[in-house]
Design a protein around this ligand. Sequence first.
Ligand code: ADP
Ligand code: NA
Length: 327
Amino acid sequence: KCGGRVFSGIQPTGVPHLGNYLGALESWVGLQEGYSSVLYSIVDLHAITIPQDPAKLRDNILDMTASLLACGIDPTRSIIFQQSQVSEHAELSWILGCLTSMPRLRHLPQWKMKTKEKREGSVGLFTYPVLQAADILLYRSTHVPVGEDQLQHLELAQDVARIFNNRFGELFPEPQALLSASCRVKSLRDPTSKMSKSDPQRLATVYLTDSPDDIILKFRKAVTDFTSEVTFDPEHRPGVSNLVAIHAAVSGQSLEETVHSARGLDTAHYKQVVADAVIQRVAPIQQEIARLQADRGHLESVLSHGAERARQLAAPLLAEVRKRVGF
Ligand code: ADP
Ligand code: NA
């Protein structure tokens, strides 16, 4: 064990899509060995920065919990918990927010992007990255698995840790990014943008609980190009290359091996091959999600047990923060 502490969060969006799984959750499973604590949080406080239907949110939290467990997050080796059940997150976020300047937040790209879409964001949406910093620092985390799109938020967490340490004495280690080597999955309908739950295009996003027929349909309709041969060339052939990357990721082969295995296939044929590989890969996860979803009581108890363990780490740290701040 390196003695480090891992923290990562995922929004309660319900069942994850293939991009969430291959880009994040799969590597989360592997991180369960080798660190002194590993925390995975379902970040419902982040979710409400945009309006949520309460009943739907509650279902989504449990669906995400079932999905994390089904993907291989093991509550005996990791602390899996619901963010809002550990109120220390919100309290530390307030204190760190008082150490963060408005311009520092205003320059973050996600704020600019999201307010361009919506024109007016909530205060919560604006301070969201401060809450993220609090999530990480609350456990004195040393390693944070993130996607490239989150790197600037991790830099904010590093800055805030430094500001706190300078002002109140060394307390927080500087958290390091663990950039996952895994593929960035692209939208099946627009392979120049990433696969996302917020993609309005039908058939663009594959969910872990999609039926085999739906998966086949989505891959059959995947946008490719007019060359029939299968090659990996993301710049010039983003559609086919996305299929190759997905195929490689679900089969555990290298990109070269994957392209080689597709020699002689045209893209129409290849789509079927990739769909089959995805179906095979998600089948056991699907079964496990369904089994877990049938027992809400069990999921709720996993979460409350996780929250208890998270609080055991968070409470002493926050007590120390309060003392240093002068409370
Ligand atoms: P979405 O884009 O669907 O809203 P999130 O932003 O909630 O997904 O991402 C949750 C996690 O999944 C993050 O770690 C993110 O980096 C990862 N992720 C999301 N979409 C993809 C993708 N298309 N390919 C790879 N990883 C992804
Ligand atoms: Na997102």
